[in-house]
Design a protein around this ligand. Structure first.
Ligand SMILES: Cc1cc2nc3c(=O)[nH]c(=O)nc-3n(C[C@H](O)[C@H](O)[C@H](O)COP(=O)(O)OP(=O)(O)OC[C@H]3O[C@@H](n4cnc5c(N)ncnc54)[C@H](O)[C@@H]3O)c2cc1C
Length: 389
């Protein structure tokens, strides 16, 4: 007899969201996947793109697809928090900077569509821009709440708790491989157990193509990324409690974007401002082993870029310490997540492209709708989320 109606492999942001939606739809669902490694330097299981405490959330986006995914997800934050009793959303606003004039014009569509009172401001004079600094040739704009940031660790915990409250079960095993049976799929765990389910959603982020390699070719490629954590004292963090998150679209040379989250208290009890960057050329990680080697390392090649960036946008902040940490994006050729059917029992929801933390709830909802309806039943055009074939 099949153990569950539906199994979700990968208990990250998208998988945990899918588990909540499946449980709320009344399905018998199990969410399978481990938590965060205790010591990244000595870990042979999967890593994740969300093992951090700050991710920017916002309505505005130059892509209408990403803007709609964000809007749907942001609208769900209060019910996820209420169902789990856990707060993860900090609506402090987002400061946007681009070389102007006209540098922010592409955001007008989502501003109008979602009635977001986006306002261009003079960064040097406006308290909403404090303490960020940009050179005078920049256009700067402020997107108010509910934009701001989420704590992705807390969001995963909240989604899991809400899923369990709605009847989901969880298993912290690592999946080695999947095999197709006549009426179900068998999920083989590293520890030796097997779980069967009538339908399986694979939401294993950067590892998805590797896990499904023997079944299907998926063009989801892990890309290296890194962040810098600038530690501030609790007093500085308290003084900066209204500081917005920030996106600086540089768009020249090697840099694409620099983005940062205001002081957040991390699991070690200390307060950090987090800054990351998207750089070119992107470096691809071609195997699980390559992903794990990158994630266990020190991102040496990013150290000086990130330290210089942090200093440049926050020259007035005194940092107690700084530390650079590796991370990874799951890149698809479409730059949108894949939400698609592999066959009649196997589905994929992965490919965050560095954008999916804020929008994971809507992506999880889309894949559950696809599995339970048996066809694409959403107002979005499915072509956007299909695996190219
Ligand atoms: C530095 C950085 C900054 C970012 N900033 C932002 C931001 O500001 N705003 C934003 O919206 N997004 C941001 N993102 C993107 C966002 O974090 C990702 O898009 C999101 O985490 C993707 O969610 P996911 O569930 O697909 O993958 P993940 O969060 O990586 O989760 C995948 C899960 O699958 C599990 N798994 C993998 N293999 C197996 C296996 N074999 N068996 C069982 N489980 C497995 C892993 O343990 C993990 O828990 C950022 C990403 C990075 C790296």
């Amino acid at each position: 007899m099949t153990d569950h109606e539906i199994a979700i492999v990968g208990a990250g942001l998208i998988g945990a969201a899918a588990a909540r939606h499946a449980a709320l739809a009344g399905l018998d669902v199990v969410l399978i996947g481990p938590g965060e490694p205790a010591d990244p330097t000595d870990h042979d299981g999967p890593f994740a793109s969300h093992h951090d405490s700050g991710r920017i959330t916002r309505h505005l986006d130059s892509s209408a697809v990403w803007a709609e995914l964000a809007a749907r997800s942001i609208a769900e934050y209060p019910s996820i928090a209420a169902a789990s009793g856990s707060e993860f959303h900090h609506p402090v606003g987002v400061l946007w900077a681009d070389r102007g004039p006209g540098g922010l014009d592409d955001l007008a569509w989502s501003s109008e569509q979602y009635d977001v009172a986006f306002e261009e401001i003079t960064a040097g004079d406006d308290p909403r821009a404090v303490p960020w600094r940009f050179s005078d040739d920049h256009a700067v704009g402020f997107e108010p709440a509910p934009a701001g940031y989420i704590d992705p660790r807390r969001m995963v915990a909240a989604q899991r708790a809400a899923a369990r409250a709605a009847g989901a079960t969880t298993d912290d095993g690592v999946v080695e491989h999947l095999t197709r049976g006549h009426d179900d799929v068998t999920i083989h765990l590293r520890a030796g157990e097997e779980i069967t389910a009538a339908q399986v959603i694979v939401a294993t982020g950067a590892y998805t193509a590797f896990l499904l390699r023997s079944i299907v070719h998926l063009p989801i490629v892990p890309i290296t990324a890194a962040i810098i954590l600038g530690e501030v004292t609790p007093d500085v963090a308290a003084a900066l409690h209204t500081m917005p998150a920030m996106i600086h679209r540089i768009g020249d040379g090697d840099y694409v974007d620099v983005y940062a989250v205001p002081p957040v208290q991390y699991p070690d009890g200390r307060w950090y401002i987090k800054l990351g960057a998207e750089v070119l050329p992107e470096v691809e990680l071609r195997s699980s082993a390559a992903v794990n080697e990158w994630m266990a390392g020190a991102a040496d090649e990013w150290q000086s870029h990130l330290r210089t960036s942090l200093q440049s946008v926050l020259p007035d902040i005194e940092f107690v310490s700084t530390a650079v940490k590796p991370c990874m994006y799951a890149r698809t050729p479409t730059h949108f997540p894949f939400v698609d059917r592999i066959d009649d029992r196997l589905f994929v929801a992965a490919g965050g492209n560095g954008r999916a933390a804020k929008s994971a709830d809507a992506i999880g909802s889309l894949v559950v709708s696809l599995t339970s309806a048996g066809r694409w039943a959403d107002a979005f055009d499915h072509e956007v989320f299909r695996v190219p074939r």
